[in-house]
Design a protein around this ligand. Structure first.
Ligand code: UGY
Ligand code: MN
Length: 246
C-alpha cells in the first residue's frame, strides 16, 4: 500500500527535486482548460520559472510576453502555436521561443498534450537586438558528444548568440554515462527528465531520478549525474548565459 506521507520531492535552499507525486495545480489567467503545475519559481529562491501544462481537448493559452521571455517545448501530443504572424502545428520535440513583447496563442491541442515552459526576465545587451521568435524541432538539432565522451550527447536548441541570455539544451546519457566532473558554476538550471533514470548529486546529497522528475539547481549548487537502467536518460534544461557577472 502506498503511504501518502512520503514523497521523493525535496526543496532545499539551493536545489529542489520535484516529482509529480507532489503536484498541486495553479490557475493561470489566460491559460484555460488545462492543468498548470508551477514547478520552479522565484518563490523557492530561483531566478527562472518552469511550468508543466497539460491541455484538455479544448485547452487554450493566450498571452503577451512582458518582462520575461518564454520557451515552450512539446513533451508529448500536439497543438497549434501562433506568435505574431507565425503559426504552426507543433508535435512532440518541437518548440517555440517567444521574446519579450509578443502575443501568443496555443490552441487546437490533442487531449493530454503536455507543454514545458521556461521563463526568464530578459536582460537586453547594449548593441544587440532582442532575439526573434524561433520555431524549432529538436529532431533537427545535432547532438555532438559532450567533452569527448561518446556516452554523452548535447543538443543546443537556441542560437549561440550574445543577444540570448538563456540557453535550452537536451542532454542524453547512455546507460552508465555520467558527467565527467562535479560541476560548480555560477549559472542556474531548471530541468525535467524526458526519459530514463539515474542518480543526481546535488551538493552533498544523492537523489534517484526518473522520467517526469524536475530539478532546480541554484548558482553554485554542485552537480553530477549518472544514468542507470536499460535506456538512455534524457533531460531538457535551462541555463542563464551570456551576461556580465555583476
Ligand atoms: O551546461 C551545463 O552546465 C550542464 N552540463 N549541467 C548539467 O547538466 N547539470
Ligand atoms: Mn551545469
Amino acid at each position: 500500500m502506498e503511504i501518502s506521507a512520503l514523497t521523493r520531492s525535496v526543496v532545499k535552499r539551493n536545489h529542489a527535486v520535484i516529482s509529480p507525486d507532489g503536484y498541486i495545480n495553479s490557475r493561470v489567467p489566460g491559460w484555460d482548460n488545462c492543468t498548470v503545475n508551477v514547478i520552479i519559481n522565484e518563490q523557492m529562491g530561483a531566478n527562472l520559472c518552469q511550468t508543466l501544462i497539460t491541455m484538455n481537448w479544448d485547452g487554450k493559452l493566450v498571452g503577451t510576453t512582458k518582462a520575461s521571455q518564454l520557451f515552450f517545448y512539446v513533451i508529448s501530443g500536439r497543438c497549434r502555436a501562433t506568435v505574431g504572424t507565425q503559426s504552426d502545428m507543433l508535435t512532440t520535440g518541437q518548440f517555440v521561443y517567444i521574446p519579450i513583447g509578443k502575443s501568443y496563442t496555443f490552441d487546437k491541442p490533442e487531449a493530454g498534450t503536455q507543454l514545458l515552459t521556461f521563463h526568464k526576465v530578459y536582460e537586453k545587451l547594449d548593441g544587440y537586438d532582442v532575439p526573434p521568435v524561433i520555431f524549432g524541432d529538436a529532431a533537427n538539432v545535432a547532438g555532438p558528444m559532450y567533452m569527448g565522451d561518446p556516452a554523452l550527447r548535447l543538443q543546443v536548441l537556441l542560437p549561440d548568440d550574445l543577444s540570448f541570455d538563456m540557453a535550452v539544451n537536451i542532454f542524453t546519457y547512455d546507460p552508465g554515462g555520467h558527467l565527467p566532473l562535479v560541476e560548480t558554476h555560477i549559472m542556474e538550471h531548471g530541468l525535467i527528465y524526458l526519459q530514463g533514470q539515474g542518480v543526481y548529486r546535488l551538493d552533498q546529497d544523492w537523489y534517484p531520478i526518473k522520467k517526469g522528475d524536475s530539478i532546480w539547481m541554484a548558482p553554485y549548487c554542485q552537480q553530477w549525474f549518472t544514468a542507470m537502467g536499460k535506456e538512455p536518460a534524457v533531460y531538457i534544461y535551462y541555463k542563464n548565459v551570456n551576461r556580465f557577472p555583476t
